[in-house]
Design a binder for this molecule. Structure first.
Ligand code: GLY
Length: 368
């Protein structure tokens, strides 16, 4: 049986007769399809997965990725791959689900168009929402997932170490972002896991800034927030640097963010309420001259997507679980001046955590 299929069904009581997952077109692909199938490459638009309570998995896919699909299923007697055309998919699903009264769907990811098609195909079906069960199963990682997250994190960390050597006066934010992405590809990444953030000077004060044509000038700090995919698993790392003549305030801000991240990390272990991790960082910042300048939750889970279904701030209700992969990313943002964020990916263990990202976090001044 596929352990991940069983892990999802273990969260469901009563369990549906089957779980039916359907991909639309990019970007409307249900990552749970890839979670259950464990296929490291391919687009799989229009493909369907049918998961059974005994751990069996049926995959219906087209000719475009059939080799990849057969390769992924090879040697696994619990996965059956059928290659069907888009026109044949509905009839094939109808036949396979003829004895299923209760059908679980991933309400968070299924497109409305697919739902309308399923409703017409199964007018008497009882639909159940399995999205919380899926999220719970996906949020703790198995050893293979952690290995892939570590590879994605290693690539991010190498690029983090390279950034100081890439900085040149006059380069634009977009140029730096594209050089970072090129480097991730050279190191084996299959792509970036979200739009790379490079914010020079005051732009660093906007946490989700999109890089533009602003040129790098001596005397400014910068926020570089980036990540990549490795075999579908994402990394997410932020490093902040200073370029050229020192700005005393930004140096102190960096040191305070570093201290806040250390405080947050020191609370991490299985069983701790996630809000405690946030509050540890927030207390350090709020006891400083930059009170109130941490403007977002301190982290989120990471996996097949960069924001893998779960985030934590001061009001988070969830607790940390062994095997969760999360980010820890405090920041201080000074509108009109600049920002500093330090972000790492970690895996929660019984007694603490392990880093997935490792580039230096301390204040770095790069000569202009
Ligand atoms: N690194 C982007 C974010 O966590 O929102």
């Amino acid at each position: 049986m596929k352990p991940r299929v069983l892990k999802v069904f273990a969260q469901l009581d009563p369990a549906p007769d089957v779980i039916l997952l359907a991909n639309a077109v990019e970007p409307h692909l249900d990552q749970t399809f890839f979670y259950l199938f464990d296929v490291p490459a391919g687009l799989f638009e229009g493909s369907v997965a049918i998961a059974h309570p005994d751990g069996e998995l049926d995959i219906l896919t087209g000719a475009l990725e059939s080799e990849t699909a057969f390769q992924a299923a090879k040697g696994d007697p619990h996965v059956k791959v059928q290659v069907v055309s888009r026109e044949e998919t509905e009839a094939a699903v109808k036949k396979m689900l003829s004895g299923s009264a209760t059908i679980g769907l991933n309400y968070r990811e299924l497109t409305h168009e697919w739902f309308v098609r399923w409703s017409k195909l199964f007018p008497d079906a009882k639909w159940t929402d399995t999205s919380n069960a899926i999220r719970t199963a996906r949020v703790t990682k198995d050893p293979h997932e952690i290995e892939l997250l570590r590879k994605a994190g290693d690539i991010g960390s190498k690029v983090g170490r390279d950034i100081p050597g890439l900085l040149k006066a006059g380069m634009t934010e977009l140029e730096l972002a594209s050089q970072m992405e090129y480097r991730m590809g050279q190191l084996g990444a299959s792509g970036r896991s979200f739009q790379t953030i490079v914010g020079f000077g005051a732009h660093g004060a906007e946490p989700h800034y999109s890089p533009g044509r602003t040129q790098l000038k001596p005397g400014v700090s910068m926020v570089c927030d980036f990540g990549c995919y490795f075999a579908r698993y994402a990394s997410d790392i932020t490093r902040s640097f200073h370029f050229g003549p020192r700005d005393d305030e930004m140096k102190k801000v960096h040191e305070k963010v570093f201290e806040a991240q250390q405080a947050a990390l020191s609370t991490v272990r299985a069983g701790v309420p996630a809000k405690e991790v946030h509050l540890a960082a927030q207390r350090v910042i709020d006891d400083s001259p930059w009170k109130g300048r941490l403007t977002h939750g301190v982290g989120h889970s990471i996996g097949l997507v960069v924001h893998d279904g779960w985030g934590y701030g001061p009001n988070a209700e969830d607790s940390l679980l062994e095997g969760m992969a999360i980010t820890v990313e405090p920041g201080i943002y000074l509108p009109g001046h600049g920002g500093v964020r330090i972000e790492d990916d970690i895996v929660v263990t019984k007694g603490g955590y392990e880093f997935l990202t490792t580039a230096p976090r301390e204040y770095i001044e790069v000569a202009a």
